[in-house]
Design a protein around this ligand. Sequence first.
Ligand code: ZN
Length: 509
Amino acid sequence: MPYRTSFIPKGMAGLNLNAPYRGFWKCSPRNIWRRAMVRVRLCAKEKRMFRRLSIVAASLLAITAAQGQAQNAQRQAERDLFAKIVEIPTVEGQTAEFKKLTGLLSAEFRKAGITDIVVKDHDGTQTLIARWPAAKPSGKKPILLMAHMDVVAAKESDWKYPPFKFREEDGYYLGRGSNDNKAGLTGIVLALQYLRAEKFQNTRDIIVLFTGDEETSGNSARRAATEWRSLIDAEFALNSDAGGGSVFPDGRVEGFGMQIAEKTYADYKLTAINRGGHSSAPRPDNAIYALANALTAVERHRFTPMINDATRATYEALSKGDSGQYGELVRRFLANPTDRETADLLEAMDSGSTRTRCVATMLSGGHAPNALPQKAEANVNCRIFPGVKIEEVRQQLQALAGPDVTVTAVEGSQTPETAPTPLRADITEAYKAAVATRFKDAPVMPFQSAGATDGAFLRANGIPVYGFGGLWGIVGAREGAHGLDERVWAEGFHGQVPIWMEMLRRVAG
Ligand SMILES: [Zn+2]
């Protein structure tokens, strides 16, 4: 029963409570505790000693119990706040729900004494910007903490439980958005509340940016980085949507990720137009065949392998821990990133990490079963490696598609083209130290996202963004972000808060 050891008050741990009772003893304080327990008669000296020890022990036990109760109450309060946040269905188009959430979050900030709060009402959603001014200004620029309030839509009939009803099961908290990104968002709120309560003397302003359309248009982040720049301008940003750790089921930590780069998102339309005609008289020119051939060419194409600071850092970290075949491949790629064969093998295992990738995602064509098609159209979605232009990819797709198909970039679909955020030793070290409060010696791994986050809009406008998170999940466990039965590891949810606090002490203290 190892948990019992914590009930032995300090200073009494040396007493051997398990020593066999022998029945005879002299009047001495030795083994007094045990003797008292077995209700033997005590001599006067022993009685005095026992009374004194009892008082000390009782007060220590009371303190331990009170601490335990306080911890339980704190955990319950954190869970309650998280439940409220998850149960507000902040899905695209539900403007009233965003108002509810910004109202709730504003009240939480005010409760902690953070009163400089701006809520922007825009594009059918809302954005919340809150500022905690420096207690002891050092002249350093503010730091920005990021999360998004919106969640991907969820079809209730497909879920095991209603997606916007918070629940706990098997050590997980369930609900749409629990993982992406409401856990990170709640973690930021809690960390700031606790730091305020302990009178943390921040030497620079801490600004919070909670966006309302990360999963869709990215207007919040785009506007924040430009029109609302004076409200969020910072030396750098920590994005909770792009950090966090993974822990093996046996408790060993795998590492914590720090996103420093993102691929560019872009959609392209492939269109084949034809004069059509009667399907009883087929001709060699046919819009559907032309489009199908173009798509096959796109499928077969391999873009040029590339590497940058972010992917190199990831591969270096991975190669260190792997003496097997995968590690060998990674080392070969690091030695020669233009080696296509090696890059292809890596790409087969970790899709999107070595180059630009494009894939057909939508298809339409023809207008009647008995007519030659006048039009066929497909959407090709590309995730472009940093450093490659959206227009360059369009030209390559056009060359692949041939003259019968026109390739155009879909207006408004793109995220900005951004270069990786330069690695900073002080930030990486602070991240490591913050994580070490829970996981000693856990590695921090810089990485590049194949997907896009709000970070891109800030990077594109000159604010360095580092993915940071104290949250962790279990290696290999399904978490359902964007998908079904989304959930977050409860231990990781609560455990993230002290990690955020330590990070803020280090970068803003
Ligand atoms: Zn997200």
